[in-house]
Design a binder for this molecule. Structure first.
Ligand code: MG
Length: 372
């Protein structure tokens, strides 16, 4: 595998509807797409990170610099026989997982296209579709919030997740139970609570949720363990599950019972697969989370979600709806029914990119070429 040229494209895209989580409202997304040329093939990668460091410490700016200055220059023009060999080139680079994941994805796409295999086949996943759930924004209007959930359930969605924060948790959960009864329900706090909220959080047990996702700060395992002792509802790590070591620590210390893997947050598909294999061997259930980006990252996340340890539906449902504006990877390629999305099965990432549309959406570009 040899990349001769890679273009970085900074894309800014508005969402169909602003999405509110405990960290604030998101009206637009910015991310970095990589477009590589190799052996007559065009391959892609994507860092689906934000302009500001609110979900993760990386930003569009940091991934741009890391990819162009540090990660790509040693790779261009060099032949690699495996993805592991590619990842070895950045073994001394700490952090910057979203940047590494984007570069690694170029090689997964290339490997698949060279071998005529999909990323799903390369990873060892099974199945043609992935079940999706919806993720509901923190609401300002309870009636509109309930209508959104009603619409999702009417479409056949079987897992409803709501975003929560102090002041928006027991009331919406109560409303959902009152209106929709015993549906599969979970809540995601995006680390909005502090140790002093443990009593209150333990009281959420009465809503019989599938899980409570990332209630406390990402690196805080001590109080996650304390909360896990006090709560019947399983705790799920998201922001805190940033590498295998952290997952091993959290599971071993009984600080969580479920793990949400996001490909970019853990540094790419190779690391995601390692975490999956470790958890699956210990019967720790997983699900595959989603950050808004393009169909490039979505395609490989869906492929990952077909590994056997991914026990719960993913978040990819609502993202598909939000991504219908200005989209350079056509939504129809995912062949979406209400509650299931078809996993791309063509070689590599398995979806086509409209390069003209992508070029038109890019607000900044940089081309790096092999000097050989
Ligand atoms: Mg989450």
């Amino acid at each position: 595998m040899k990349l001769d040229q890679v273009e970085l494209l900074h894309v800014r895209r508005r969402l169909a509807h602003p999405f509110r989580i405990s960290l604030g409202a998101i009206a637009a997304r910015e991310f970095v797409v990589l477009r590589g040329r190799a052996d007559g093939l065009t391959v892609y990668g994507e860092a689906n990170i934000d302009a500001r460091p609110f979900y993760a410490s990386e930003t569009v700016g940091t991934v741009w610099e890391m990819i162009s200055e540090v990660l790509l220059p040693p790779l261009l023009g060099k032949s690699f026989s495996s993805i592991e060999d590619v990842c070895q080139t950045w073994r001394s680079v700490r952090g910057h997982e979203y940047a590494k994941a984007a570069v690694e994805h170029l090689y997964w796409d290339l490997l698949g296209k060279m071998r005529g295999q999909s990323i799903q086949q390369l990873l060892g996943g099974q199945g043609e579709t992935v079940e999706v759930g919806t993720s509901h924004s923190i609401g300002e209007d309870s009636q509109a919030f309930l209508k959104d959930i009603e619409a999702a359930l009417a479409q056949g969605i079987r897992r409803i997740k709501i975003k929560v924060q102090p002041g928006w948790d027991d009331r919406p959960l109560e409303l959902i139970r009152e209106h929709f009864g015993d549906i599969t329900l979970m809540a995601d706090a995006n680390a909005a609570y502090m140790p002093e909220h443990i009593d209150h959080l333990a009281g959420l047990d009465r809503f019989e949720m599938l899980m409570l996702e990332q209630p406390l700060p990402p690196l805080d395992l001590v109080y996650h363990r304390e909360l896990a002792r006090r709560m019947r509802t399983p705790l799920c790590l998201d922001e805190g599950a940033h590498d295998l070591a952290m997952v091993e620590n959290a599971v071993t210390l009984n600080a969580c019972q479920i793990v949400n893997i996001k490909v970019g947050r853990v540094g790419g598909l190779s690391q995601a697969k390692l975490i999956h294999d470790w958890c699956h061997a210990r019967q720790v259930p997983l699900w595959c989370g989603r950050r808004t980006g393009s169909g490039i990252s979505m395609a490989s996340e869906l492929a990952l979600a077909t590994l056997s340890g991914f026990a719960y539906p993913t978040d990819h449902g609502i993202e598909l709806v939000q991504e219908t504006l200005d989209h350079f990877v056509d939504i129809d390629q995912f062949d979406r029914s209400a509650a299931f999305v078809r996993v791309p099965c063509r070689p590599g990432m398995g979806v086509e990119v409209d390069n003209t549309l992508l070029d038109n959406l890019a607000i900044r570009r940089l081309t790096l070429k092999s000097l050989n």
